[in-house]
Design a binder for this molecule. Structure first.
Ligand code: FNR
Length: 408
């Protein structure tokens, strides 16, 4: 017991020595959430943190991780460890990246560029979202992001224009999100006044007045630097401004999108192509047949269909269905052990969403950098405690126990 105590004190001291003073009390990804909650108006925080309807899937994502027990091995000389992981032939310093998140620059000053920069510094990458208020060209050049996630418009002339723009900007990997044929029923957004079409209401004005650090330091700074935010990346040309009734029109026809459109995209997009939002092995196989290079197993962090299965539970079956395809995983990862569980159950790589945006909201690039380092530290420590030195060894040893009624 005494040894354990000494060990944990040493870890905290090491973090304290390397982290900037104002981040020394931030010891895990969870610690960023209350900081973001304090800084952001209720509407923006609710948009980031919320799930959909009764938030059944949001909770299920976490519960699935908690049901899996780890079974460490001991006395194995784990003094030389590496969590480096290659994806599509490219080596990454950590086995996780930043999931695409819309409206990031409303939550954090220049949020999309901040997320991309910090991820790059950490030896990973961030996927630029179509629902961002930052032109994708800036995220590519200033953030260094090579991954773009698109919400494909439902007609082909518009698809072609968008693909040409994304390629021209220098993105090498396109992620088509397939789980948003219609907008989800996010009641919290409607209650908090964060709902399309956006209108400046007394409720939003009050939230702005009561959160001056956000109003001045995020929104005000953003508008001073770049003017009224617009939906920049839904199509080949700039979309409507944030506060606009046209927003509804610009997103119509997405419910027509189908696998033929994906094949159409495949024929025209020279780079790597992935589909995000896969929860069924048959869809994974269709993606492979359509010529995709990979899929992202995701339930959108519990933000689309409430009651959807937890992503971790379907991961093994999807992995088995497409053994030769890149399978990336997200939804619910908060700890190093979560990353390792997903990698053991078949993921080639993982994505994390909300915690990195909370970190950007509270401390900008530095915050995201700290968050990524915390998660990397956890992965490294957990590997040692499990008795493995590499991700390959982890997958080989599989030091975990699945519950008897595990779906996968
Ligand atoms: C998202 N997500 C998302 N996904 C996508 O394909 N396009 C998008 O524009 C967005 N926007 C978005 C905004 C915000 C604020 C959040 C939190 C999430 C889903 C995201 O890519 C990812 O699937 C989940 O966030 C993963 O779950 P965790 O890590 O947040 O639990």
């Amino acid at each position: 017991m005494a040894d354990q105590d000494t060990g944990s004190v040493a870890i905290v001291r090491r973090k304290a020595a390397t982290a900037p003073r104002h981040l020394r009390q931030v010891l895990s990804l969870h610690d960023f959430e209350p900081l973001a909650r304090r800084r952001l108006p209720r509407s923006v925080f609710g948009y980031v943190s919320g799930g959909v309807e009764a938030e059944v899937t949001l909770r299920a994502n976490r519960a699935a991780f908690d049901r899996i027990a780890l079974q460490p091995r001991i006395l194995r000389d784990v003094s030389v460890r590496s969590q480096r992981l290659a994806l599509f032939g490219q080596d990454h310093a950590v086995p996780f990246a930043v999931a695409p998140m819309g409206f990031s620059s409303l939550a954090a000053y220049d949020g999309d560029v901040a997320l991309a920069r910090a991820a790059r510094q950490a030896g990973s990458f961030a996927i630029c979202s179509a629902a961002t208020l930052t032109p994708l060209e800036r995220v590519a050049t200033e953030g260094g992001s090579g991954w773009f996630q698109c919400y494909i418009p439902g007609d082909r002339a518009r698809i072609e224009g968008l693909l040409a723009r994304v390629a021209q900007a220098g993105f090498h990997t396109l992620v088509v999100t397939g789980d948003v044929p219609v907008a989800a029923n996010r009641e919290n957004n409607a209650r908090n006044g964060f709902d399309a079409p956006f209108r400046i209401t007394p409720q939003l004005i009050w939230q702005g007045l009561t959160h001056p650090r956000w109003t001045i330091g995020t929104l005000g700074r953003e508008m001073t630097a770049r003017g009224m935010p617009h939906f920049e990346n839904m199509e080949a040309v700039q979309g409507p401004p944030l506060f606009s009734r046209d927003l509804v029109r610009s997103t119509i026809a997405r419910d027509r999108l189908n696998w033929d459109d994906l094949r159409f995209i495949r024929d025209r997009w020279q780079g790597r192509l992935l589909v995000k939002g896969v929860l069924h092995p048959a869809d994974a196989q269709t993606a492979a047949e359509a010529g995709c290079d990979g899929i992202i197993v995701s339930n959108h962090g519990g933000r689309q269909l409430d009651g959807s299965v937890a992503t971790l539970e379907v991961l093994p079956a999807i992995r088995a269905a497409v053994p030769d395809m890149a399978v990336i995983f997200d939804s619910g990862i908060r700890r190093g052990t979560d990353v390792l569980k997903a990698l053991m159950l078949g993921a080639d790589f993982t994505l994390v969403g909300r915690p990195f945006l909370y970190a950007a909201a509270s401390h900008g690039v530095e915050g995201v950098h700290h968050a990524m380092r915390l998660l990397a530290d956890e992965v490294d420590r957990d590997m040692a405690l499990l008795g493995v030195c590499s991700i390959a060894e982890l997958r080989d040893q599989m030091p975990l126990l699945l519950p008897a009624d595990w779906r996968g």
